[in-house]
Design a binder for this molecule. Sequence first.
Ligand code: ARG
Length: 460
Amino acid sequence: MAQLWGGRFTKETNAAVKSFNDSLGFDQRLYHEDIEGSLAHARMLGRQGILTPEETDLICQGLTGILADIESGALPFTDGYEDIHSFVEAHLIDRIGDAGKKLHTGRSRNDQVALDMRLYTRRQIDAVRGEVRGLLEVLLRIMKENKRTWMPGFTHLQKAQPVTLAHHMGAYFEMFRRDMERLTDCRERMNYSPLGAGALAGTTYPLDRDYTAKALGFAGPTRNSMDSVSDRDYLIELLSDLSLIMMHLSRFSEELIIWNSNEYRFVEMDDAYSTGSSIMPQKKNPDICELVRGKTGRVYGDLVSLMTTMKGIPLAYNKDMQEDKEPAFDAIDTALACLSLFAGMLDTLTFNREVMARSAMKGFTNATDAADYLVGKGVPFRDAHGIIGRLVLYCIDKDLSIEDLSLEELKGFSEAFGEDIYEAVSLETCVEKRLTAGAPSEAALDDMIRASEAWLAEII
Ligand code: ARG
């Protein structure tokens, strides 16, 4: 028996139509959720007296056996079944006979698939949260170890002011922290059970929706049966969250690609996380970063695909919604793989601290501090800005840094310069004097790291 709905038809389905319509090829991955949902439904039907205790037991044993056999490989997903729901039900009837035909009482595949997708999505949100957490832990470790690792901070990809590696990594920590919070919100909002909504209008059987919702770990049943079977907002929300995660990973990847370049050499990628060239023996390429950057487009595509699928669908269920699965699965698989590989790559990355510090010393990252020094000596900021600007031009010409100039040369630009200028524009002073909350000084970072650790420890 391949179809659940032969009665009304007098002809066989056209073979091409059947294969166009069937979804078992991709929804088979919902087998666990499908059986989990059916077990809860069957137990509820038993409790409500809709099934006899014997029928309930037979169905539950049959379903548990099917689950075990799918997992052991004894029951392969052979062609011919329309979808995972038909596959499980047909095998149940094969195995236990007439009792199996009663499982679908008071249920439609519309609320069944809505339930399966929610159960699956909820599990995947937890998996993604686990991966984001792993990445946050790597970031925190790097931050703790690099509070005094000086490096240039950039704007317009031009050296701007000195920061520390801990501070730079802290920026990514914030991004992924927001991602984590978004995932938590998404999970909370979607955690309601559509089971019992029927095809669209509930059912005349005395179902206990609170029982099945609770048994399946939901906060409660959904509130409107038509919305229950036609809502895929939570998938769109998750795919938006995943798109943001990918955007963050992609920006991070781009930076690491730059930092790994021959010109920068801020980082060295571990051999286990790099690849070579088939022709150029000297190459060690940052392929993980490039692939993560590339796969970002694919996850955005999945999001846009799903939004476009949903935009013209009248209430309630329409078959268009079967198209939710492949983009959702693809986005989830892609984001999970990217998060895990990226964290592994980051965890094994070597930072060339010397190179970073030397780079921070070059490029006049202390020019703002030099101007602030003059302000401290009573020079109005706009004048100080002009003086340092001319001084920088002079240094560029001579290939020198501000601190390389003698006091005499400096005084040629402003009488306000004194011996204490060298201390004032040293890398250490430039960073450590930045004490405002969220700034790169060690003191400000310590606060941030402590608060971040406390927050991470609270996350379930
Ligand atoms: N394979 C279908 C889907 O993924 C299951 C629901 C089918 N419902 C229906 N009325 N044909 O959406």
